[in-house]
Design a protein around this ligand. Sequence first.
Ligand code: AMP
Ligand code: GLY
Length: 432
Amino acid sequence: MRVLVVGGGGREHALAWKIASSPRVDAVLAAPGSDAIAAFATCFPEIKATDADALIQLARSENIGLVVIGPEDPLAAGLADRLRDADIPAFGPSAFAAQLESSKSFAKRFMARHGIPTAAFREFSDLDEARSYVREIGGACVVKADGLAAGKGVAVCSTPDEAERALVEIMADRRFGDAGSAVVVEELLVGEEVSYYAITDGEHIATLAPAQDHKRALDGDRGENTGGMGAYSPVALVTEAVERSIVSEIVEPTVRGMAAEGHPFSGVLYVGLMVDADGAPRVVEFNVRFGDPETQPLMVRMEDDLFPILYGAARGKLDPADFPTRWGQAAVCVVLASGGYPRDYEKGVPIEGLAEVEGDPDVVVFHAGTKRGADGGFATAGGRVLGVTARGRDVAEAAARAYAAADRIRFRGMQLRRDIAAAGLASRCPTQ
Ligand code: AMP
Ligand code: GLY
């Protein structure tokens, strides 16, 4: 089987790396891919992840048996539908089902219809109505632009003034463009944020594992929001009992609900959750693709073959015999980012020390934003540059290994958080 991975970031590096290890996969291709992925896969840097025509042509000419779509934009634009219409098996939901991520109001209404626990919410397309509502509820709320805003169209507010400022920015100033023509105002949830992953063909569900991301730029969850500065799995607060609640109250009703409404969801359901002090999970957001950088530790932890579940989900025939059951104890990914990220940063800075960590069987360095220079070495090419990922007998060992490896890698301006997985090491388990 020849598999095409769509995308070229750290998540796609991790997916392509895992898929390439399958005994059932003969070749991995990636579009656009990256110089790092090109070490073991044929890449097509000129083909964009959103260019459906070029991807269909490539899949046909390269005799591709499965296309795995990494990022959300092509899914929201209907790439999976286009591939399936062309009889090419594709892993990822239809554009309709992808609205679980691409439209907050779609997701909220869906959860309300199916009794899925989430924050109470109201939708507004009129600025004045939204303003009087946030005053009425006293200001403690979350204001969200309705469309895709790369995770940035969300303001967590504690006073009416803050909430009004967010509303004006989104709806009047159109800071996030058309994504701000409508807003959702939500109840503020308190607790600990975790992500949970499950793969489905629309009916059968292969649960994966929980992970926790670190979205803020600086230690102690300070600084600006980023795409994610590191992640780890498993997450101690997701005990077996909490996991059962997540699956039975959220994952199963979502999969059944989409099918019952005539739009079965196939692909990976990534649920962003707030787990409260009693261990009760509520949905903060749905995503319809793998998380970045959570996929990096998940792929390093997963011992079973990933390919059969991706292929099974893509063809609507997920076989319970293929469900992953063997997981390494723990994995931690530390992101090395360019100085200045998530704002302006320099590109083309040579990276040193990569060879020093190669060959360590417990460490894998996934490349999020790098390019190979004329001298054959890698240089920075993005905000998030590398995801140094290590496995261990527990989260503490995995974190120690990831940091030991990260400390051998150097580039001008390099920034990293020193507290990835620290929350998971402190005992913060909800009482059962
Ligand atoms: P979203 O794009 O919906 O995931 O929101 C981005 C971030 O805002 C989340 O990861 C949370 O940290 C925070 N957030 C979103 N909704 C809520 C909520 N209802 N209560 C508390 N925090 C939230
Ligand atoms: N790690 C956050 C995301 O992938 O959306």
